[in-house]
Design a binder for this molecule. Sequence first.
Ligand code: FES
Ligand SMILES: [Fe+2]
Length: 400
Amino acid sequence: MSDSTAQSMAERRDRSHQDLRRKTIAHMLGKTTDLSDGPRRIDPAIYADPERAQAERRELFLKRPILAGFSLDVPNPGDKLLFDVLGPAILIVRNKEGVLNAFLNMCAHRAARLVTECDARTRMTCKFHGWTFDLDGKLIGQPGKEGFEGIEREQLGLIPVPVAEWHGMIFVRGTPGGDPIDVADWLGPMGDELAHLELGKARPIKSSVVHTGANWKYAFDTYGESYHFATLHPSTIGSLAFSNTMSYSPQGLHVRIGFPRADFIEYGSQPEETWPKSDYGGLYMLFPNVSINVNTLPGGGMFYGVSRVFPGETPQECVTLMATYRPAHATEDRPDQDWADIHDFVERVVTTEDYSVSAEGQRNLAWAPEGFRMVFGANEAVLQKQHAQMEAILASSNEG
Ligand code: FES
Ligand SMILES: [Fe+2]
């Protein structure tokens, strides 16, 4: 990237972050929040019904592009990424030319899991009978090959699934075949906003896998509203950000959210020209299951905190992949450990506060009387949007 392009990326990022902060400060000062046109009742069956869970996995997670990681998770030829949470086990590899391939992580012989540990080797050998594949999925080694005469080697390659790398983001589709993934089309107006985060230069610092006894939507719903900050997080998030006030802008299926941070109060009522440079980008929520928190460590240094929530084995379980990245422009003289610390803090809050409430609520739903309905308030507008989109997609798949 040329210097001028890099500069314009930084300028666009600054402008976007400044615009978001201005909106959240207006809400903070006015004690207001963005609202939908009214509350919505929610049938709790959407969190527990096995048929519904199956339809969601098929329509939302396997037919559509899903964020599998970022470019620096697999920077070099031979690097591999195991992406196991969609249902089918998916193997992402960077080939010798630097291009990403994705395959079912399944040997062409008798379907054993091919790669079990990530390394940087340029060949992948199955532990069952030793078949070996190159980084493009071609079978290049077959012990006892006389036993397989009559079948062309070309027919014994790995099974590809669509993968696309776009501005540092890696998307896959868990179903083999079909059209290539058009990331720009999938992201729509959110694309520009994500491009200027320069995710391609964001370094992975720490990641965790969190298993929770709640439906994936119940867990993911906790990311999209600040109504609970003061009550559920009094000594953590609730002391860092204002409760029940947010700005959100729908961007196609996706949405950008801003929650006013507690420190904005120090200068929010002053003229905008006197504000410090913005170090807050808000939440970038990618449909159906991604939240990218663009925020700053206490004392300075931007971090990207990524949470992706996936359905578990049953409708009452989910898996969250949490990861923290250090953007290239976070050049402060601070050790990576500070980014690892913020990762641990967020993970602790999410698991002990948000997800423990989610799991308790999920258990209650099993005993809720016939006809019970939950409610999303007008102040939980993002949840309403998210759920309405899912309903529309599932309804159109039933018609089709
Ligand atoms: S299953 Fe992989 S070599 Fe047999
Ligand atoms: Fe929360």
